[in-house]
Design a protein around this ligand. Structure first.
Ligand SMILES: Cc1cc2nc3c(=O)[nH]c(=O)nc-3n(C[C@H](O)[C@H](O)[C@H](O)COP(=O)(O)O)c2cc1C
Length: 316
């Protein structure tokens, strides 16, 4: 077992794996680490799906454009999971509370802590690991392939296997940028410039900005993920304003929305001339028709849209 200090000094994500299984007993050790990780309120709002079916592995590798998913000895889908906790509460006759955003916060935290403990134990045992955020590129197909119920969503994937490469440790921002004292402080231009210089070795082009902009700037990967992620999270019950059962019905009509704002945009995109909100009701108009929905704004708008005949709804 590696010394923890040495592990963190030398570790690097591994993307090439030997076609070998974990040594006997090691799967149990890494799962033990995941289960022993701290968990908010001991609620354990996470689930790991161990993907052993080679065909399913292949599909996940393809959907996320991460070939190493198929070659690693083990691959886990790391899920934020409110479903099981809700089952536990309901099983004893409790009414589940309405706290969708807080639930997402708890569940993502628990999932990351469990995955992180698993990864560190695996690296300590000499294996290579690679987290896979690419699962967000295909959140809907993956949830279908892995039969994820409502209240559950993928946070990331995690590859674990026998390394077939030994990458050098990758750079990090200097400590003053990520560790502040007592108060958050702003960054000066020299520090930002130094950050680009420090991170240069991670790039092919020599310019970290190219990487950052490809992911995080306007039109980048994250923006492409945002719409499907919002829609998926709302359908799984994590939007405070949109009731999930109505979102599922809207999905059958080709309307995917993850926030009240998106639902308004989609309504207008369907050719409805106006969306009027009044206390307890919503009124949408597309001459010569109009539809009314009752309830809180999100619920009422969803109801109004559901009343519009299906053929009038243009799939986006
Ligand atoms: C949440 C998360 C998602 C990631 N997603 C991917 C991914 O989809 N594919 C991949 O090859 N690496 C992925 N990585 C690995 C990062 O690229 C890697 O950790 C980062 O470049 C730092 O390198 P290091 O781990 O070798 O220090 C991910 C890492 C994290 C923590």
């Amino acid at each position: 077992m590696k010394d923890l200090l040495e592990l963190y000094q030398t570790r690097a994500s591994v993307r090439k794996f030997k076609p070998e299984p974990l040594r006997e007993g090691d799967l149990d050790k890494i799962l033990l680490a995941a289960q022993r990780a701290p968990t908010d309120a001991t609620a354990q709002m996470y689930t790991l799906v161990r993907i052993t079916d080679p065909a399913l592995r292949g599909s996940l590798a393809h959907l996320t454009s991460n070939a190493h998913i198929a070659t690693a000895a083990e691959f886990f889908l790391i899920l934020a999971d409110v479903h099981r906790l809700r089952q536990m509460v309901k099983y004893r006759g409790g009414e589940w509370g309405h706290w969708p955003r807080t639930a997402a916060h708890f569940a993502i935290g628990d999932a990351v802590l469990a995955g992180s403990a698993l990864a560190t134990m695996a690296e300590g045992l000499g294996y290579g690991i690679c987290w896979i955020g690419g699962v967000l590129n295909a959140i809907n197909p993956i949830s279908q392939l892995c039969s994820l119920p409502e209240g559950v969503f993928p946070v990331a994937g995690l590859c674990v296997g026998v390394p077939d490469e030994a990458p050098r440790p990758r750079p990090r921002l200097r400590r003053e940028l990520v560790v502040h004292e007592n108060h958050y402080r702003e960054y000066g231009p020299e520090e930002l410039e130094a950050a680009y210089t420090d991170m240069r070795p991670i790039t092919r082009s020599g310019d970290w900005y190219k990487v950052l902009s490809r992911y995080f700037a306007e039109g980048g990967t994250m923006e492409h993920r945002e719409g499907p992620y919002q829609a998926y999270a709302a359908k799984a019950g994590f939007d405070p304003d949109l009731p999930e059962e109505l979102l599922v019905k809207l999905g059958d009509k080709g309307i995917q929305a993850g926030s009240l704002g998106q639902l308004i945009e989609q309504t207008l995109a369907q050719g409805f001339r106006s969306v009027q909100f009044q206390p307890g009701l919503v009124w949408i108009e597309k001459e010569p028709e109009a539809y009314r929905g009752d309830g809180k704004p999100g619920e009422a708008l969803a109801q109004a849209l559901l009343q519009a005949p299906k053929e009038r709804i243009i799939p986006q």
